[in-house]
Design a protein around this ligand. Structure first.
Ligand code: PLP
Length: 403
């Protein structure tokens, strides 16, 4: 027999992946240009030229350097380059020995939760949230405590977070810029959150860690500030990834930064190394460690996503859709045209529009449109969005008065 929990996870693929697979099959059936696939956060923007140049020149290295094992936590020179970049950009004193290279944010989060949590602990997530959080938390035999954002603006509901903290709370995961809403939490809100966490730490005489999930850090629009949370709350562990910032999701490269200000930082970093070892997440891909070392300060192509955001929001506004104006990441959180978001997504699918209902993100009544797609997909999808809206208007007009 196999492990039942793992069997269930493996035999029920994630809803997002399922829609994505449907999209691939549907494109093969009716043509790629007739399916408007907004399901996955797979960046369409090419990786920067600097990445390509680095790969090409690195292939000249002796094979043992290019393909050999690195230390479990990553090459010292790569960790040094990342630490220097963090120090330069955010005015902290990051050290190479505080960085652990990983295979992307997914591994960073899984390792961090494993390093911090014991069975029975509680981890707070802010709903709507990236669905894998719950799986990783529960795999550690911990409880995933969902706290909804404010429902009018999808920002942090600080009284609700405060009320959810108990003596069992080990960590809270914060994701800003956010998937699926595209919101960015402002400095004042994060400062207030820090105050709440600090006061609860004193009350329970125990550390409460803030896990900052940051794959979208570089993708913020119109000068919006994305505050660096280790500067605001000492017990912060950063889970970073180059999947989105450098468009490298398939290369699986990211890192964990255990801020020097974390209480017992050396012990926490050792636990991160231990969790990486226990999970088999050691020695991230050697070639891409070296690529990152060379490209650590290469900027993301935010303009391309900004243009997609403009096209999509202007188009949907004209058609009468309601949405949350994205401040970062590449997702639009659009209000479903009926209370049942799953039914709305099914109707959209019938118009060849593939989006993800909010239920899977822990919230009712909304849907996520991933706009990391080509400009043509957005422009060409507008008649389908118009037909979808017209269908709902027809349905509404057929409702008897007073219903
Ligand atoms: N966290 C969030 C909020 C994400 O959206 C994603 C991927 O879409 C991840 C983590 C995982 O990212 P990675 O590809 O770096 O593992």
């Amino acid at each position: 027999m196999v492990n039942q929990k793992m069997y269930l996870l493996g035999s029920a693929p994630s809803e997002i992946r399922e829609i994505f697979s449907y999209g691939l099959a549907r494109k093969a059936q009716i043509g790629a240009d007739r399916v408007f696939d907004f399901s996955l956060g797979n960046p369409n923007v090419p990786a920067p030229d600097a990445v390509r140049d680095a790969i090409v020149s690195l292939t000249e290295l002796p094979p043992q350097q290019l393909h050999g094992y690195t230390p479990a936590q990553g090459l010292p020179s790569t960790r040094q380059a990342i630490a220097a970049s963090i120090s330069r950009r955010f005015g902290v004193e990051a050290k190479a020995d505080s960085i652990y290279l990983t295979v992307g944010a997914a591994a960073s989060l899984d390792i961090s939760l494993t390093a911090l949590c014991d069975p029975g602990d509680e981890v707070i997530v802010i709903a709507p949230y990236f669905p894998e959080y719950k799986m990783w938390i529960e795999a550690r035999e911990c409880t995933c405590v969902e706290v909804l954002t404010r429902q009018d603006d999808f920002q942090l509901d600080l009284p609700a977070i405060e009320a959810a903290i108990t003596h069992r709370t080990k960590a809270i995961i914060i994701n800003s810029p956010n998937n699926p809403v595209g919101s960015v939490y402002p400095r004042e809100a994060l400062q207030l959150l820090a105050r709440v966490l600090e006061s609860k730490q004193r009350e329970y005489d125990a550390a409460i860690y803030l896990i900052s999930d940051e794959p979208y850090r570089e993708i913020a629009y119109a000068g919006i500030e994305v505050p660096y949370i280790p500067c605001l709350y000492p017990n912060t562990i950063v889970c970073y990834s180059y999947s989105k910032s450098l468009s490298l999701p398939g290369e699986r490269i990211g890192y964990i930064y255990v801020s020097e200000r974390v209480q017992d930082a050396h012990r926490v970093y050792a636990a991160v190394c231990g969790a990486g070892r226990a999970l088999g997440f050691v020695c991230a891909p050697a070639l891409f460690q070296r690529v990152i070392e060379r490209c650590v300060d290469v900027p993301s192509d935010v303009e391309a996503y900004a243009e997609n955001r403009r096209l999509l929001t202007e188009g949907l506004s004209r058609l009468g859709y309601e949405y949350v104006e994205p401040q970062g990441a590449f997702y639009l959180w659009v209000k479903a045209l009926e209370p049942d978001a799953e039914a709305f997504a099914a109707r959209a699918k019938a118009h060849e529009i593939l989006l993800v209902a909010s239920d899977g993100f822990g919230t009712k009544g909304w849907a996520r449109i991933g706009y990391c797609v080509s400009r043509d997909t957005i422009v060409d999808s507008m008649p389908a969005f118009a037909d979808l809206m017209a269908e709902y208007r027809r349905l509404d007009s057929q409702q008897p008065a007073g219903v």
